[in-house]
Design a protein around this ligand. Structure first.
Ligand code: FAD
Length: 605
């Protein structure tokens, strides 16, 4: 990246050269049972929290305080770590500096969608401009080798003679381990590394069972979550103040002035969008906190519209105000409809932290200052609680992010299709599907063809959903359609849920490991509080409920644009043949029998 060489550059990392020339980076995805159990028994989050227990007690002379912005907290308002860093800098009367590390390897390891990376960069550019007005520099660093990020950060802090670095916690295993390493290295240099919870309304580790474990069933979790929240609203829904401006003189200070020259790149190598797609994404998912807040306000105060079906401007004119028929007021009854904007469509903004989950809950309350008022726990707030729930699962049972099913008894289910060599440990690969083990290149091209097939299954609701994600669509999918597609892939086609999970992450603009893994494991019946394995929906009947007008299917499956009535959801072979639409690739009843057999007898085909 051109900006690597601009302005202040931390000392070159020892192995970054090696990383650039190393062979393709292929992180392994499935841990062994023992490795996963070991991580669950002493979680990286609890280790990090122990390491940082005694920070903030030093009084080192300082020239600056640093806030490390991450992919999940792209905002200035109500940002806990940023707010705390700013207060620290003000008290010490030193400049606040913001740093953002772009890591293509992390993006690859997490299967990030190019559209998600583009969304990140668009938001960062706006943040940089806003911080500039406060005389706060935002320095972006592109680091090709993720292993050296701790070294990069420490040398950056040393260069700025910073006494403290603040960041909001990322709950993924690799990121927690990285932060543990940074905490230890920072301590050796007498620098405080302060990691704060910010992603959830109620952070992991607070809502626990009687046995002091994370809940693995949603209903009791949600009740306890609401009770905990309502018992201390000022704490859980605190609106963290925006950062104080730096003194204007920071621009002329040798160490800091050059930081303002650091540019937010237009793209990250390997995650570029073509210009037309970028323009479309700019329109459909406008960047910035103002846009996020307006989208929230639309959801709270205006009616849903069938014109808002797909890749359109969420803030397009014509929204009609209504108290009784606003989207949130009728959310309980209408949220499963994929044929209009019945839900908030805030997930990309929540996943990227462009808006805080706290702000979303606060907005549902008439007056947060009046502590006698409670969060009502209506259906929409319960969905925000689902998001917290899955973060707690990831933090409390990190095995789920190591390619393991939450319910180990289903680890040996035989899935169909090719197995991507290098994505699994050897014994797991054998167990998944010994006959289908293919050389990497063949498997990858096979999987590519296979994925194309997922848009032509002959089940219109599935094809519409899968097309909604890809180039034709808008990198987003309505929750009910996500469930129908994921269930179809895992139960009807017996696709390994990990392959589906990866595919969604590679496409979604709201891709989030905790929610995506939770959603896939729920559909695959392998997860926490999952759908029972014998609940195998008929996609046709699901289609009638999710898309009663048929507009969703007609939009994404143009082959069927002229079809009306029930044929749209279940085209008879003669209709399909005439319109060039594929016949159903599997029979519901046959697939159902196969899935039941395999779930009853894990390990048998
Ligand atoms: C297979 C599968 C994969 C999924 N992958 C993701 C993902 O990568 N990222 C993601 O943010 N969500 C994911 N979800 C959850 C859900 O589909 C989306 O959050 C939702 O569709 C977003 O639309 P919205 O913002 O209009 O939601 P709304 O209905 O307006 O809900 C408000 C917010 O609550 C949260 N939420 C709602 N439903 C869920 C849920 N079931 N689980 C967790 N949080 C929820 C989201 O943050 C959402 O923005 C997945 C669900 C499934 C079934």
């Amino acid at each position: 990246m051109s900006n690597l060489k601009r302005g202040l550059s931390p000392a070159a990392s020892p192995s970054s050269k090696r990383a650039r020339t190393s062979p393709a980076f292929r992180p392994k995805k499935i841990a062994t049972v023992d490795a996963a159990a070991a991580v669950d028994s002493d979680t990286p989050l609890s280790k990090l929290l122990k390491v940082v227990e005694d920070v903030g007690k030093k009084s080192k002379a300082t020239e600056s305080v640093v806030y490390w912005m991450r992919m999940g907290d792209l905002r200035i308002k109500d940002n806990r770590a940023l707010s705390l860093a700013s207060a620290h800098a003000k008290k010490a009367d030193v400049p606040l500096v913001v740093v953002f590390i772009l890591s293509p390897q992390c993006y690859k390891a997490h299967d990030r969608a190019p559209r998600r990376i583009d969304f990140t960069l668009r938001n960062l550019a706006l943040i940089k401009a806003s911080l500039q007005k406060l005389h706060i520099p935002l320095r972006t660093i592109t680091e090709p080798n993720r292993r050296v990020i701790p070294h990069q950060i420490i040398s950056f802090l040393e260069h700025l003679n910073a006494s403290a670095i603040y960041a909001n916690i990322e709950y993924e295993v690799d990121e927690l381990r990285r932060d543990i390493e940074i905490s230890k290295a920072a301590r050796e240099k007498d620098i405080d590394a302060i990691f704060t919870h910010d992603k959830c309304v109620v952070e992991p580790g607070v809502v626990l069972t009687k046995e002091k474990r994370a809940y693995s069933v949603y209903s009791p979790y949600q009740k306890a979550w609401l009770k905990t929240l309502n018992a201390n609203i000022p704490h859980f829904l605190e609106n963290y103040p925006e950062p104080h401006p730096n003194s204007e003189s920071v621009h002329t200070m040798a160490k800091f002035g050059a930081l303002f020259d650091s540019l937010v790149p237009e793209s990250v190598v390997g995650f570029e969008l073509d210009p037309a797609d970028r323009a479309k994404m700019e329109q459909v998912w406008p960047a910035g906190e103002t846009a996020a807040n307006e989208i929230l306000q639309r959801f709270l105060h205006t009616k849903s519209r069938s014109s808002q079906l797909a890749a359109v401007d969420p803030l397009a004119e014509g929204a009609e105000d209504s108290v009784k028929r606003s989207r949130i007021s009728v959310y309980d009854a209408e949220r499963d409809r994929a044929d209009k904007d019945t839900t908030s469509r805030l997930s990309p903004y929540l996943a990227a932290g462009v808006i805080s989950a706290r702000a979303c809950v606060r907005a549902t309350m008439p007056d947060t200052k009046n502590t006698t008022k409670k969060v009502d726990g209506g259906r929409w707030v319960q969905e925000v609680a689902w998001r917290d729930f899955y973060v707690c699962i990831l933090a409390g049972f990190p095995r789920v992010s190591m390619g393991r099913p939450f319910q180990e008894k289903y680890a040996d289910i035989v899935w169909e299709g090719p197995v991507l060599e290098g994505a699994y440990t050897d014994n797991q690969q054998e167990r998944l599907n010994p006959k289908a083990k293919l050389p990497l290149a063949t498997a990858e091209s096979h999987i590519e063809k296979w994925k194309t097939g997922w848009c032509r299954t002959g089940y219109p609701i599935v094809d519409a959903g899968m097309r909604c994600l890809n180039e034709m669509g808008w990198a987003y999918l309505h929750n009910r359609a996500r469930m129908i597609c994921a269930m179809f892939l895992v139960k009807h086609l017996m696709i390994d849920w990990r392959i589906g999970e990866k595919y969604f992450m590679e496409k979604l603009i709201d891709g989030d490991l905790a929610s995506n893994n939770g959603g896939w494991q729920w559909c695959a019946s392998t997860g926490v509080d999952a759908c029972p394995y014998f609940r195998i929906f008929n996609p046709y009947s699901q289609s009638l409920k999710a898309d009663p007008t048929g507009d969703f299917i007609r939009h994404f499956v143009p082959e069927l644009a002229a079809v009306r009535g029930p044929d749209l959801h279940n085209p008879p072979p003669s209709v399909a043949d005439k319109l060039g639409y594929p016949r159903a690739i599997v029979k519901h009843e046959d697939s159902r029998d196969r899935a039941l057999r395999r779930f009853k007898n894990p390990g048998e085909a």
